[in-house]
Design a protein around this ligand. Structure first.
Ligand code: MLT
Ligand code: ZN
Length: 474
């Protein structure tokens, strides 16, 4: 296509999009803000043709039809909290931001469900649920800006998966727009529905590559009446499996979080937060666990919590513990695990990992991956933490700035260890562009071929968020 024809073509696409959403909701050229050009990790950049902000599903359909006719790719965008580049479009592509589709449509008290548009921020959905006496159990550090649509597109996990599962486990019904402009909708409110293939589960976690999530019915639970939170210092990983099993058993269904922080992480983060808060437990222990139960009776639950932790201490599984007495103290305990934006700033550029593996393999993985990174860059800062109760570890490695290939070398080393232990390169963040070259470390050729045939069936012209999840053809 000559430059002139290409410009005319682009101009027609932009005009068509403007007609659909109106001038205030269409940005092109120099009007496109930086937040649509680069991801939150400052790693993935793009020059979009246009950014569109539809008001409803009908407008999404019209946008997809224009994009399909013009063969321009579309990248759906939620709250911009993804860390794998999944929301960054290809140069010349359309960014379809769901930010205006931000209505909670219904809370159905008797079905214990909530129906929302995709652009509702997670925290807003949590607060509306709470006002109706329910909990929407999905929870993660980025709750303030992450949207339900983004959570669904990435099958987000977070800090309560141990008890209530991933986003997938909370989505009862879904509406989405496919690459051909069809609206698939099953806004079911039932837990059970075995009528054929579950297309909803294909869309969940597909990172915008199979369609645009526009609405969802979410499962709610009665709001717990009590929260118990403790930070525990542990003598070593040997006690972790027994401690987790004991607490899950003793707290009988109430244990909602079991987060682990290795010493490097705890010492680093508490030191970085010293100007705002004192470390809840002294630094220097090999491991720290943040545990939380959500229950129904504040007095009885606290007694049970204290008893359970005391018995675990007697059994030699805990070295030291602090139990939050107030909501403020609880916030301070969680801040060590959750409030990472400022503490992590000096570590940039950062390689951030989100892997999963069997609990029993975690100490060997930590040992081997640390050794592999240090063999490459002996003075690296490497921090291990994560949702150990879910088999999910995060690793943050401050990258050596001396060479351009430090990130690739560190990734190859860490993912190499994950492959050795039969784990996954992505526990909860997804694949995006950042991990797609490593997906073969976790998925077999047969699995990848199956994924390609699903993609081909639903999006034969590769309009929907191309370049994400699957590697380019070999
Ligand atoms: C978390 O658990 O805090 C988030 O998944 C983000 C991360 O640490 O990588
Ligand atoms: Zn996480």
């Amino acid at each position: 296509m000559s430059e002139l024809i290409a410009a005319e073509h682009a101009g027609r696409v932009i005009d068509g999009l403007r007609t659909i959403v109106g001038a205030p909701n269409l940005f092109a050229g120099a009007d496109i803000e930086d937040r649509y050009r680069v991801d939150v990790m400052q790693k993935h950049h793009a020059r979009p043709l246009a950014v569109v902000r539809p008001a409803d599903t009908t407008q999404v359909v019209e946008i997809i039809k224009i994009a399909a006719r013009a063969a321009v790719p579309v990248t759906p965008l939620g709250g911009r909290t993804g860390v794998v580049g999944g929301g960054v479009c290809r140069d010349g592509g359309i960014v379809l931001s769901l930010e205006r589709m931000n209505r909670v449509l219904e809370v159905d008290d008797s079905s214990m469900t909530m129906t929302v548009e995709a652009g509702v921020p997670l925290q807003q959905a949590q607060e509306v649920a709470e006002a109706h006496g329910f909990i929407l159990p999905l929870d993660l550090g980025a709750r303030g800006s992450a949207t339900i649509g983004g959570n669904i597109a990435t099958n987000a996990g977070g800090v309560r998966v141990l008890r209530w599962g991933m986003t997938r486990d909370m989505v009862l019904g879904l509406e989405a727009v496919l690459a051909n402009g069809a609206v698939v909708s099953s806004l079911s409110k039932s837990l059970k529905d075995n009528a054929g293939y579950h297309w909803k589960d294909l869309l969940i976690g597909s990172e915008g590559t199979l369609g645009v999530v526009t609405r969802a019915v979410l499962r709610l639970r009665p709001l717990p009446a009590s929260t118990q939170t403790a930070l525990l210092a542990l003598g070593g990983f040997e006690s972790v499996p027994a401690l987790l099993r004991r607490l899950e058993g003793r707290f009988a269904g109430q244990l909602s979080s079991f987060e682990l922080m290795w010493q490097d992480f705890y010492d680093y983060v508490t030191a970085a937060q010293l100007n705002t808060r004192r470390p809840p437990l002294p630094p220097g222990s090999p491991l720290y666990a943040l545990v939380e139960t959500l229950g129904s009776d504040p007095v009885r639950d606290l007694e049970l919590f204290q008893e359970g932790l005391h018995e675990a201490g007697e059994a030699g599984l805990i070295e030291d513990a602090v139990i939050a007495q107030t909501a403020r103290e609880r916030g301070n305990l969680w801040a060590v695990r959750d409030d990472l934006t400022e503490p992590f700033k000096p570590l940039f550029p950062l390689a951030a990992f989100d892997v999963s593996l069997a609990l029993k393999d975690m100490p060997a993985f930590v040992r081997d991956s640390r050794a592999a990174v240090l063999a490459l860059y002996p003075s690296s800062t490497i921090l291990y933490y994560g949702h150990a109760g879910d088999g999910n570890l995060h690793v943050a490695v401050a990258l050596d700035r001396s060479g351009p290939d430090a990130e690739t070398k560190v990734e190859t080393a860490v993912y190499g260890c994950i492959r050795q232990y039969g784990g996954s390169i992505s526990a909860e963040h997804g694949v995006g562009t950042a991990k797609r070259t490593y997906i073969g470390y976790t998925r077999s050729k047969t699995e990848l071929a199956l994924m390609r045939s699903i993609k081909q069936a639903l999006d034969p012209d590769n309009i929907m968020n191309p370049g994400k999840v699957l590697p380019d053809r070999d």
